[in-house]
Design a binder for this molecule. Structure first.
Ligand SMILES: Cc1cc2nc3c(=O)[nH]c(=O)nc-3n(C[C@H](O)[C@H](O)[C@H](O)COP(=O)(O)O)c2cc1C
Length: 349
C-alpha cells in the first residue's frame, strides 16, 4: 500500500507492484526469460558517470523541454505497452492521467486495452502503430487517433519477425486466461511471419498521416541516417525493453552511435532500462530530447493505479532535478556531452 510518507522511486514501485500482481503478470511485465538485452540496457546506463560541477547558482531548476515542438514539463514520456489492464483495471487511463498530471505525454499502444477515444478524453497522448498485413485497418486507426487528439504517431519498426512470443510470454498470457493456445495460434503465426514494410513504404505513411512521425526501434547509425534522410521527425532508439532480439547492445550505446549520425532536424528519444532521473540525465547528455519508460510506468500503475504512476513520474522529476543541480545544469539544454563520462574499468559497478 502506498502511504504519503512512502519513498517512492522505481525500485519501490516495482516491489509494491510485484506484491500486488499475480505471478503470471509479473512474468509478462518483467519478461526476464532470456534477459541479455534487458541487462545490456541497464548496464549501458550504469556505465556512464555524471561529471559534477561547482559554483553554479542552481537555486532555480527547470526540467521542461520541447519534443516535436510540444512543450513537456518533464523529459520523460511513457512508451507504448500492451495489456496494461492486467496491471491495474484503470490501465492506460491511469497512465494517461498520471502523464497529464506530470505535464508530459503517454503513448497509447495499438495493442492497448483502451481506445484512442477513451484516452483522448483524459490527456494529451501519442498514438502507437504496428505494421499490419493490411493497410486499411492501419489507416482507420490513424484517423481515429487524429480525431481523438493524438499529437504524434509512434511507429514500431524493428520487428521483421516476432520473437517476442517467447515461451515465457506465451505461458504468461495463457495463465492470465487471455486466450487458449488454440485461440492464439493464428495470432502467433501472423506475428511470427516476416514483415514486408520497407523504407519506401514510409511515403505511404506520410501520405495518410499528417502528424509528426516517430520511428520506434531504430538501433544503428545506418538506419538512423536513412530515417533522417526521409525526413522522419524523431527516432526512438529502442530495443523494446529487450523483448525483441536478445543479442543487442544497450540502448545508451546505440544512442551514442546514432547521435553522431543524424542531422539536428531529426530529434532523438531513447527507452530501455531508464530507471532513475539520473538515467534521464544520461540520455539527455548523449543527445536525446527526452527519455521514455515502459516497465516503470507499469510498475507504477500496478503499485497504485494513476497515483502510483504519477508518483513514479514525480520521482523521475525529483531525481533529475538533483542530478542537474550536481552537474551545474539549471535547464535541460545545459546538459550536454561533457555532462557524463564513461567509467574506467576499475570504476564499473
Ligand atoms: C508489458 C510490455 C508490453 C509491451 N508491448 C509493446 C508493444 O506492443 N509494442 C512495442 O513497440 N513495444 C512494446 N513494449 C516495449 C516498450 O514500448 C518499451 O520499448 C520498453 O518497455 C522500454 O524498456 P523499459 O521497460 O526497460 O523501460 C512493451 C513493454 C512491456 C513491458
Amino acid at each position: 500500500m502506498i502511504t504519503d510518507t512512502t519513498t517512492f522511486d522505481v525500485t519501490t514501485a516495482r516491489r509494491l507492484a510485484e506484491q500486488r500482481m499475480p505471478a503470471a503478470v509479473t512474468a509478462f511485465v518483467n519478461c526476464e526469460g532470456t534477459g541479455g538485452a534487458l541487462q545490456a540496457n541497464l548496464d549501458a546506463w550504469a556505465d556512464l558517470a555524471v561529471r559534477p560541477r561547482v559554483f553554479v547558482d542552481v537555486s532555480e531548476s527547470d526540467t521542461s523541454t520541447t519534443v516535436l515542438g510540444q512543450r513537456i514539463e518533464l523529459p520523460v514520456i511513457v512508451s507504448p505497452f500492451a495489456l496494461a489492464t492486467y496491471c491495474d483495471p484503470d490501465a492506460e487511463l491511469g497512465v494517461a492521467a498520471a502523464a497529464a498530471r506530470a505535464g508530459t505525454r503517454m503513448t497509447l499502444s495499438m495493442g492497448g486495452t483502451m481506445s484512442p477515444e477513451e484516452i483522448g478524453g483524459v490527456g494529451p497522448f501519442w498514438l502507437h502503430l504496428e505494421e499490419l498485413g493490411d493497410r486499411a485497418p492501419m489507416t482507420d486507426y490513424i484517423q481515429r487517433g487524429i480525431a481523438a487528439g493524438a499529437s504524434a504517431i509512434c511507429f514500431t519498426v524493428s520487428r521483421p519477425i516476432q520473437p517476442l512470443w517467447s515461451s515465457v510470454m506465451l505461458d504468461a498470457l495463457f495463465d492470465l486466461g487471455f486466450a487458449t493456445r488454440d485461440e492464439l495460434a493464428p495470432e502467433v503465426a501472423r506475428a511470427s511471419s516476416r514483415r514486408t514494410f520497407t523504407w519506401d513504404d514510409l511515403d505511404w505513411l506520410r501520405d495518410v498521416c499528417p502528424l509528426p512521425l516517430v520511428l520506434k526501434g531504430v538501433q544503428t547509425a545506418e538506419d538512423a541516417r536513412l530515417a533522417s534522410e526521409r525526413g522522419v521527425d524523431a527516432i526512438l532508439v529502442s530495443n523494446h525493453g529487450g523483448f525483441m532480439c536478445d543479442e543487442t547492445i544497450g540502448t545508451a550505446a546505440m544512442l551514442e552511435e546514432i547521435a553522431g549520425s543524424v542531422d539536428g532536424r531529426t530529434e532523438l528519444l531513447v527507452d530501455g532500462g531508464i530507471r532513475t532521473g539520473a538515467d534521464v540525465f544520461r540520455a539527455l547528455a548523449l543527445g536525446a530530447r527526452a527519455a521514455m519508460i515502459g516497465r516503470p510506468a507499469l510498475w507504477g500503475i500496478a503499485a497504485g493505479g494513476a497515483d502510483g504512476c504519477a508518483r513514479v513520474l514525480e520521482a523521475f522529476r525529483d531525481e533529475l532535478a538533483v542530478t542537474m543541480a550536481m552537474a551545474g545544469a539549471r535547464r535541460v539544454d545545459e546538459i550536454g556531452p561533457t555532462s557524463v563520462q564513461h567509467r574506467g574499468p576499475a570504476d564499473r559497478r
